[in-house]
Structure formats: C-alpha cells, structure tokens
Design a binder for this molecule. Structure first.
Ligand SMILES: Nc1ncnc2c1ncn2[C@@H]1O[C@H](COP(=O)(O)OP(=O)(O)OP(=O)(O)O)[C@@H](O)[C@H]1O
Length: 255
C-alpha cells in the first residue's frame, strides 16, 4: 500500500511541477496515472522511488516514510520500470533481469541459486526466455520494455511503479502486460502505472488519478473518472465516449 500526502515538487526555485498531490493506492490495486505530455507523471514516479526529493510532502509505503530512506532501502519496497533505459555496457538480458535481485543480495557473496531462479521465472512470465543470452543493447524498444518489466518482477516488491510500460509494445504484448499486472494485483501487489491511452485506463485499471497542470483533477474508478468532460479539459474536444456491450470506449472525433 502506498500513500502520497501533500506532495509538492519543483526542479528549480518554487515553480512547482507538482502541487498538493495526495492519493492512496491500496494493496492489490492497479492505479493508473493519466495526463498529457509534460504534466509531471515521470516526475511523480521519480519522487516515489526516491530519485527526486519533494519540496513538501510525504510518501509512505506500508506506513514507512520513504522520503527519509536511502535508494537501496526503497528498492526493497518499490520496483520501477522507467520509460527508457540505456545501459552504457552491452549486458546480456539475463544479467539485466538479475540486477532486479540486487536489493536481496547479501554483501559480497553475489547472486545465489534462488536469485538466478527468480530471474529465470521473471523472464518466463514476461515471455522473453529466448532473449536471455542476447545483449540488451541490441534489442528493439519493445523487447527492452519487456526486459525491464522482467527485472522489476525479479525484484519481488510489494509496490511496482511503471512509466508507460506498453508504449513500444505490439498489441498482443500490450494485452500480455496488462494481464501480468492484473495477476500481480491478485497477489496483493500495488501497481501504479502511467499510460496515454484512455481506453487502457477504462479497461484495465481499478483506479485512475488524473493530472492537469500539476494538480489532481480527478481520482476514482475509471468509469466515473474518464468522462468526456475530463478528456475535453485535458485535450480539447477531440473525442467522444461510447458504450459497446456495456464496455466504455473512447473514440476520436475523426472516426
Ligand atoms: N530534469 C529536469 N529539469 C527541469 N525540468 C524538467 C526535468 N525533467 C522534466 N522536467 C519538466 O517537468 C515537466 C514534467 O515532466 P515529466 O517528464 O514528469 O512529464 P510526463 O507527464 O511524464 O510527460 P510525458 O507524458 O511526455 O512522458 C515538464 O515540463 C518537463 O519539461
């Protein structure tokens, strides 16, 4: 469970990118963070994982204030899938996934069999076992996204934060990732994810937080939160919401 209280963040001076951000993500909840380019989603995620320090506010994971914790200790509680990651060295895929085990390794002894097994299992879940011996730097953007998800799975944390994890994926892999995230929530993991497609918010998330100009303008169940009014506020009048077999679907105005 993660709780953000009154978070304010500025890269410089007091020009706040994020202002008065407060929300909770319960155990086993899949929470979408939704908002236009540049609204502050990645910035929020970097605050949550301790890469950036909020000017004001607190972030609690299972009641522990992570704004006071080291990055190493935060990594035992939260796994992060960044938008993009380019390592300077052509590590093999299996080595990148094994890096997810780093917070669990004891001192100088390095990975044990259990760490290897967890990395292999994570690659199987994501469907990338066949890439294990390939250099990460030679993969396509979508394949790299899957590797980063496997690395996060291997980390075995109670909270996962994913920044646009499906942006480079084909249709089948997008659905696979959403199914994987759903399954994780069934195991009690809290998942926070940013995605640009409002339909994905409607169809897959339990809760949606909508950001506009650095503030939360809506927080609740996707069917209540993703409305034509909210989409108009974010993007102007470019789409409509229809219902098909009682499933809501956002349709662009040009169709
Ligand atoms: N290192 C930085 N220094 C100064 N400003 C930054 C920095 N990183 C991001 N910003 C600014 O902070 C704002 C929020 O950026 P952020 O990357 O968090 O947005 P986002 O919602 O994740 O966008 P996108 O959907 O395009 O990924 C933007 O105006 C961006 O220009």
């Amino acid at each position: 469970m993660i709780e953000i209280k009154n978070l304010h963040f500025a890269y410089s001076g007091d020009r706040y990118i994020l202002e008065d951000i407060s929300f909770k993500v319960g155990r086993g909840e899949l929470c979408g963070i939704f908002g236009p380019n540049g609204v502050g989603k990645s910035t929020l995620f970097k605050c949550i994982i301790g890469f950036l320090k909020p000017k004001i506010g607190k972030i609690y994971v299972d009641g522990r204030d992570i704004t006071k914790m080291s990055i190493e200790n935060i990594a035992k509680l939260i796994a992060y899938v960044p938008q993009e990651h380019r390592p300077p060295f052509p590590y093999l895929v299996k080595e990148i996934v094994l890096m997810g085990r780093t917070p669990h390794l004891g001192g100088i002894f390095g990975p044990k069999k259990i760490d290897m097994d967890k990395a292999i299992e994570a690659m199987e879940v994501v469907g990338i076992s066949h890439l294990a011996e390939r250099p990460y730097t030679e993969l396509s953007g979508g394949q790299r996204q899957l590797v980063l998800l496997a690395r996060a799975l291997a980390q075995e944390t109670g909270v996962m934060v994913l920044d646009e994890p499906t942006s480079a994926l084909d249709f089948r892999n997008q659905l696979k990732i959403w199914n994987t995230l759903k399954r994780l929530t069934e195991d009690g993991i809290s998942v926070v994810v940013s995605v640009h497609d409002p339909n994905h918010m409607l169809w897959f998330c339990d809760r949606v937080i909508v950001l506009h100009r650095g503030k939360i303008i809506a927080n609740g169940k996707p069917y209540e939160v993703i409305t034509e009014d909210v989409l108009n506020t974010l993007y102007g009048n470019i789409c409509r919401i229809k219902e098909l077999d009682s499933i809501k679907i956002v349709i662009p105005d040009i169709v």
